[in-house]
Design a protein around this ligand. Structure first.
Ligand SMILES: [Zn+2]
Length: 241
């Protein structure tokens, strides 16, 4: 049985109840979960699960063929038990801010210079993104950073929608982000849209409005091949007072 992925519909869900469908040694499978499993450049959540008579920390979360595996650092709850899960919210919320920040960056680099994304990764304290771009001068980096912060402060809503595959395949912005590479068995495409800026097929968790990102700083750039340019960002408050 596939795990119901509560985080796909509610990014702000930080506590939930679920039933243990399978458990052995230190791996727990639930019928539903709000714990995000590592994937799409976003690291897994951590937290704790509690049940009648015990509790364990969730230290790693992964997904295999639709089933989410929660690795715990103590005893596993018995099969059939009801658990209450709580996420480490500071960690997850930072990932949400970083993930949305990367989409702002990706939308702007495309609109400004036509650069397409070739890869990206989020860490607890930074994030990086690679672009198919020949020129990434200091001037351009400054311009990109400035425009990102302008977009962030414009309080643009970030919405999640589920589109039928046929409809998604016709969307020009989704085509540019290589939606055609999605496995053919996927009938419904989850789409994350930053109003007026960026639309992507995406399985990650995001903030609801760009203002929650607060601001970004480009802290590093690197050449990763002839036309591959990397930018590393950190979250930054733009109004220090
Ligand atoms: Zn994404």
């Amino acid at each position: 049985m596939m795990t119901e992925l509560l985080y796909l519909k509610d990014h702000y869900l930080r506590e939930f109840d679920a039933r243990v469908t399978n458990a052995e040694t230190n791996l727990v499978i639930l019928d539903r979960t709000a714990f995000y499993p590592t994937g799409g450049g976003q690291p897994n959540d951590t937290g704790v699960i509690r049940w009648d008579g015990g509790e364990s920390k969730v230290v790693d979360v992964s997904k295999k063929t639709g089933i989410v595996l929660h690795k715990v650092d103590g005893a596993a709850p018995p099969q059939g038990a009801m658990i209450h899960g709580t996420l480490d919210w500071d960690r997850r919320y930072a990932f949400m801010r970083y993930h949305s920040a990367l989409h702002v960056l990706c939308g702007l680099v495309y609109h400004m210079y036509g650069g397409l994304v070739t890869g990206g990764q989020i860490y607890p304290d930074r994030a990086r993104m690679d672009f198919d771009l020949q020129d990434l001068s200091t001037d351009r980096v400054q311009e990109i950073e400035k425009e990102c912060n302008r977009a962030i402060q414009a309080s643009r809503p970030i919405a999640v929608r589920f589109l039928p595959r046929e409809e998604a395949m016709k969307h020009p912005d989704l085509i540019r982000t290589k939606i055609n590479l999605l496995p053919p068995e996927i009938e419904e495409v989850r789409v994350v849209e930053i109003e007026g800026l960026d639309v992507q097929a995406d399985g990650g968790t995001h903030v609801a409005n760009t203002k929650e990102i607060e601001g970004i700083k480009v802290v590093k750039t690197a050449n990763k091949g002839r036309i591959n340019r990397r930018m590393e960002i950190v979250l930054a408050s733009m109004n220090p007072q």
